[in-house]
Design a protein. Structure first.
Lengths: 109, 113
């Protein structure tokens, strides 16, 4: 079993839609969870960083961690064409980051 | 603009040739990393450096070597390139090894024929 698994996508939604991106992980000891956003032909950039369980909100973005299910989510409200990118979940395993394979999101006008 | 600079942006080279991908950061970060990104496989760590003068192996180190002579530079060398090393390579840095926020460069697209 992979340490972190991510829905492959691609996901195509209309502008204004609510987007849900998800990852599952295998080790219940993981504590730090991140979402990176990667635009085409660019490097990933940190979008959200959460510790342990619960929600964290930043503008239109909400990161959610459910440790009981070992499930992390990123919600995007009022999605915009500029949100079109690949979103990678990442888990901080103390001495290394474990990345999901990424979900490609396309928001069309 | 502060950040990570990678060179070259793109390169095509023949199998068997030696290639060095350059990476420079100006954030005075202690830790630096090299990842390769392949479709369906995501980002995989090749080598890392916790601080100048030290390096370590990541998930897929075979065929690659690195050096960290100073804080700012972290070159990645392919001694004898093979087609399976065709990939997009990303250099990244972080303040220390145990922080989750990595700063990535723009990537180097390498094609080995």
């Amino acid at each position: 079993q992979k340490e972190v698994e991510q829905d492959p996508g691609p996901l195509s939604v209309p502008e204004g839609a609510i987007v849900s991106l998800n990852c599952t992980y295998s080790n219940s000891a993981f504590q730090y969870f991140m979402w990176y956003r990667q635009y085409s032909r660019k490097g990933p950039e940190l979008l959200m960083y959460t510790y342990s369980s619960g929600n964290k909100e930043d503008g239109r973005f909400t990161a959610q961690v459910d440790k009981s299910s070992k499930y992390i989510s990123l919600f995007i409200r009022d999605s915009q064409p500029s949100d079109s990118a690949t979103y990678l979940c990442a888990i901080d395993n103390t001495d290394k980051l474990i990345f999901g394979t990424g979900t490609r999101l396309q928001v069309f006008p | 603009i502060a950040g990570i600079t990678q060179a070259p942006t793109s390169q095509i080279l023949a199998a068997g040739r030696r290639m060095t991908l350059r990476c420079t950061q100006d954030m005075r970060h202690n830790a630096m990393y090299w990842y390769r990104q392949d479709l369906g496989l995501g980002l995989r760590l090749i080598h890392y450096s916790n601080t100048a003068g030290t390096t370590g192996k990541g998930e897929v180190p075979d065929g690659y070597s690195v050096s960290r002579a100073n804080t700012d530079d972290f070159p990645l060398t392919l001694a004898s390139a093979v087609p399976s090393q065709t990939s997009v390579y990303f250099c990244a840095s972080s303040e220390s090894r145990n922080t989750g926020e990595l700063f990535f460069g723009e990537g180097s697209r390498l094609t080995v024929l």
